[in-house]
Write a protein that binds this ligand. Sequence first.
Ligand code: UT7
Length: 325
Amino acid sequence: MSQYSAILGTGASLPRRAVSNQELTAFLAAKGVETSAEWIETRTGIQQRYICEPDETNSDMASKAALQALKAAGVLPDQVDLIVLATSTPDQVFPSTACAVQAQIGATHAMAFDIQAVCSGFVYALTVADSMIRAGQARNALVIGSEVFSRLMDWQDRTTCVLFGDGAGAVYLQGSDEPGILGCKLHSDGTLGCILNTTGRIEGGKIVGDPFLRMDGQAVFRQAVSVLGNSALELFEALNFKLEDLDFLVPHQANVRILHSVAKKLKLPEERVIMTVAQHGNTSAASVPLALNHAVAQKQIKKGDNVLLQGVGGGFTWGSVLVRM
Ligand code: UT7
């Protein structure tokens, strides 16, 4: 059994089509929905998002991201023990998207399952995979966040449809005697389910309830700033870790104003906060691994850096994972 699990490779995949604020605004204007590229960028920091074409699927993106993470680690698909995939927009009700990825990449020896914790999904999945590796249930894991949130958008609702995008990110995690993941802490508050949800379900051959994403943006904003700051401090205290030893924060990418507020609360210089929301929009469970992969690819995050990964979103759910790269 390994004392730690360590991230040995990262990967990402985005849909073919990037949609700028200008393009989205023109598309919405044709539907009679009033917004502006300027409002979107000033209030959220988003400049563009990627949107899947009808032939692009969650599992296709997840498989590409997974193969890239394996390649970065120099590992073959049939060496993978475990696939944990975080998503709220699976290919289908069942089987899981993780099983579809297993089949697509040829991870013939892996066990595979999905986790649903909305925008906190990746930190939940990473915590589960880390625990399973340290408990001896698996020697290694592919941990994936992959979403097609564009398919939950009500294109008449300007308070949500300008915010979200599609994409996938992945890490390859392996048992290690050297630190790796230093600690994880997850939280949920189901009484806040009403501030961010998609309540529709399939019943009797029909969708019952609302098939679109609904959000009380201001309530989510307030919660996000509060819980992200507290969650970081709580984990640091539990691990006796000093804030000044943190090299980078990789938080869920929902709104640049949330990221600025969290950085301020933690007294963290903004150059140490990875921000990709301008390019990707909010990709829910994919946002943290997409941002991590971006920073690794840019050689901003390097081996040995202490990195805090943070998720927050529907449930309400939130959590932090501190990792030495
Ligand atoms: O992934 C899970 C986590 N999600 C989040 O963290 C999202 C958190 N929330 C937010 O990021 C922000 O609350 C939003 C970006 C959703 C909204 O920004 P805001 O600054 O809180 O705007 P607001 O809701 O206070 O609305 C301000 C105004 C309103 O008009 P009035 O009532 O002042 O006339 C809205 O109707 O902006 C209006 N508005 C828009 N105007 C143009 C809302 N959406 C739009 C839009 N274009 N797309």
